[in-house]
Ligand binder design. Sequence first.
Ligand code: ZN
Length: 432
Amino acid sequence: MKIIKINTYKEYTIFFWLLLIVIFGISVSKIHSKIQIEKNTKINSTLDNIYLKKTFKEITKNLEPRFTYFEYLSKSGDNYQTIVNKLDISNDEKKDILSSIKDQKNLKVLKINQKFLFKIDNLSEVNVIEFKIETDKKNEIIFTRSKKNKKFASKIIKKNFKKNLVYKETVITKSLYSNAIDIGISPNIIIEFARLYGFQIDFQRDIWKDDSFQIIYEEYTNENKEIVDTGEIIFANLNLQNEDYQLYKHEYEKDKIDYFDESGKSVKKTLMKTPINGARLSSSFGKRKHPILGYTKMHTGTDFAAPQGTPIMASGDGKVTKAGWCGGGGNCVKIKHNSTYQTVYAHMSKFGSGIKKGVRVKQGQIIGYVGSTGLSTGPHLHYEVIENGRKINSQKLKLPSGKILKGKARKKFEVDKIKIDVLKSNLIAKIN
Ligand SMILES: [Zn+2]
């Protein structure tokens, strides 16, 4: 009995302590939240204090670097105004910059891939203190703001770059890309090479081991003979199973450049067969068992497996009619090229910059990146070609070719072609 008594007493004590703890806990949390509220109002009122705000601005200002730089490469569809509008500066300032660009007659025409560099002073009230616009690989125009009248003065600066013409050739033993890298061709040039041949060659199926290629392109070096940039491809030949696919760069009208085969036919077609580089055709057009739905269904496009984030190109010039969610197709882009052809690109991870409904795109322009959105088992591009409203097999498509040079234009091309052939033999003689 005694023992029981002690136990009951013990139980009461526990209950007592428990009660005490609960009460204590409640009051502590009440006090705490009251203090917290007071604290917050105090902090808020302090933050509202205009002087502290100023000081804070001053402090953070000192933490930021004094100068920031904004670099930009012009794209198709840009004009000087759209570029200047990207800067976070006052409208007056924008006007000043635009009018000084307008005064510079070397900047009449804005080309694609022109480099812009703005130097912004974060301390002074007038933000941009200097900016540069590249006119070509060798020259740039620098605009400096005068301290007196705050207007920009411009000056042409010659970059000390030397342009060289480079000849390279190799046999493809591994892949076009890795063999090209092995002989020192820059990735930019390889991408351009693949883009130019993308109209006629399926890189996955048409290239065999021991095929070969030759290429002439421009390379820029600085005073220390280091390669600083690459220019354009002048000539290329892809030899596939002993058949030559040549392309020559040629200015067929003033400031209009294109690539032609040896008979004066433009290598560009209305649509590209493969609107992606370095991809593997993973599922072709036709009946197949759907990898997710499980049943046999018509596959109305061509799938190209490629790593997540691989750029996808517009396969032809046209207007974007959709850039958004397509259900099973995930993020997709639809382009109307002309009254006959439309193309669809599905499962993208994201859209290319500026790609939205109504925007005009150029052939080869990046419209999005490979992903696995919608009904998809892994990163790939689902590509569809629609001809007069019917989905057709893009890989069997016989597309009308672009320009064919005739008459006078053809004669001019033949002269250019001979010049390039002579240049090629000279460059080959140099390496042997
Ligand atoms: Zn597909």
